[in-house]
Design a protein around this ligand. Sequence first.
Ligand SMILES: *Cc1c(COP(=O)(O)O)cnc(C)c1O
Length: 246
Amino acid sequence: MSLQATIDAKVGAIRDRLATAVSTASRSVDDVRLIAVTKTFPLTHVEAATAAGLSDLGENRVQEALQKKAATPGRGICWHLIGHLQSNKARKAVVFDWIHSVDSVSLLQRLDQAADEQERTPQLLIQVDLAGEATKHGATVAELPSILEAAASCRAVVVRGLMVLPPLLRDREAGRPYFRRLRQLRDELRPRVRDTVSLDELSMGMSHDFEVAIQEGATIVRLGTALFGPRPRPPSVENDQVSTET
Ligand SMILES: *Cc1c(COP(=O)(O)O)cnc(C)c1O
């Protein structure tokens, strides 16, 4: 089978599973945005994914994404940065349409300044560390109010919601407590945020647990291997959020 036919078939199968998951949760397909995670895959996969009708693509390294973005102009692709972002890359990162990994006031403010200068309006999600793992990125629950407060005075970036990356466990149910906690946290915080900030979006769920995440209220799911198969090269631990082997 050609790459295109393989990816078309996988996209079709995932769309069916998504449709089942949303209807089981009494939700609508329009409520869940599917991000195809193309990190470490070559441009051929980016092309095939867009030809298969996927328009939201996720990458976790700024440099790799910028190359792919430059090679696919005028395709109407919505680019998502899902990996950890170092402050010194903020300037480059504001070309992404969405950034899922904002985890400090200082990063938020750097992004806002860079976005303002470059006249861009990236949509941001605050990554929350619910596992309390020293190696994982993300803001602690205690840090969230100050980040949301700072978000209210941003001029260019727009905070849209929260993101979580639970510890990677084989069991698809293992993520559920994290997904549920993220939604509860959102519900608790929502009445307290200023009206320039929204917490409508919950980015949670990956290839092995997206159906569970949808049951728990995910509005954005990030799928790599379920759409493209195993990644061609193991992403480096430093740049890849998903560093634990399954
Ligand atoms: C790589 C990655 C994904 C996709 O993981 P799969 O298991 O391949 O679906 C999702 N989210 C983040 C943050 C990632 O780094």
